[in-house]
Unconditional design. Structure first.
Length: 166
């Protein structure tokens, strides 16, 4: 059994709607230092939320693997690239990359750890991307993640509070 406590009660429908409207409204606002504020808040929030208590992104999202992600992960697991693809991935019809063959991610363990954590794709290690430059360019993703990711919810809640005071 996992030693981690599953995160519960981290969102309300009412507040999710408020935060969704706030995010949508950012499109038409010029906020100086939004990226640096989001970065700072993300660092604070990430110290207080343990992803091992959640795992929602790995459970519900399809993950893209680039050629270099595949090489790195196959080497880490000491199997060939072909074996890695056969075991975990399918071809992405949209381009030359591969995606995880199912959700939850086939590399997710029962205790929310990742079989390839040390070499996981950048898209995984950077998730939920609230600390990255161009916060406004990801409003669509942040809005979708509000319902799934406690870190996103907490970061956007904090940004909402900060910007209300400005
Ligand atoms: S590769 Fe690891 S971190 Fe990425 S989705 Fe799968 S289990 Fe999660
Ligand atoms: S990044 Fe978000 S959704 Fe993924 S495990 Fe951490 S808190 Fe949960």
């Amino acid at each position: 059994m996992s030693s981690h406590q599953q995160i519960t009660d981290w969102k309300t429908q009412e507040q999710t709607e408020v935060l969704t409207a706030f995010l949508q409204g950012l499109n038409s606002r010029h906020i100086q230092a939004l990226d640096s504020q989001a970065k700072e808040v993300s660092a604070e929030v990430e110290q207080n939320i343990d992803c091992l208590d959640c795992g929602n992104c790995c459970r519900t999202s399809v993950t893209t693997f680039t050629t270099s992600d595949i090489s790195r992960a196959a080497k880490y697991l000491k199997i060939s690239k072909k074996q890695f693809i056969r075991k975990f991935l399918i071809k992405d019809n949209r381009d030359d990359s591969y995606i995880t063959m199912q959700t939850p991610c086939p590399m997710l363990n029962d205790d929310n750890t990742c079989q390839i954590y040390e070499v996981r794709p950048d898209v995984c290690s950077s998730f939920p991307h609230t600390h990255r430059d161009n916060f406004k360019n990801r409003i669509h993703a942040h809005t979708a993640n509000l319902k799934m990711c406690p870190i996103t919810y907490a970061v956007v809640s904090r940004l909402y509070e900060i910007l209300q005071q400005q």
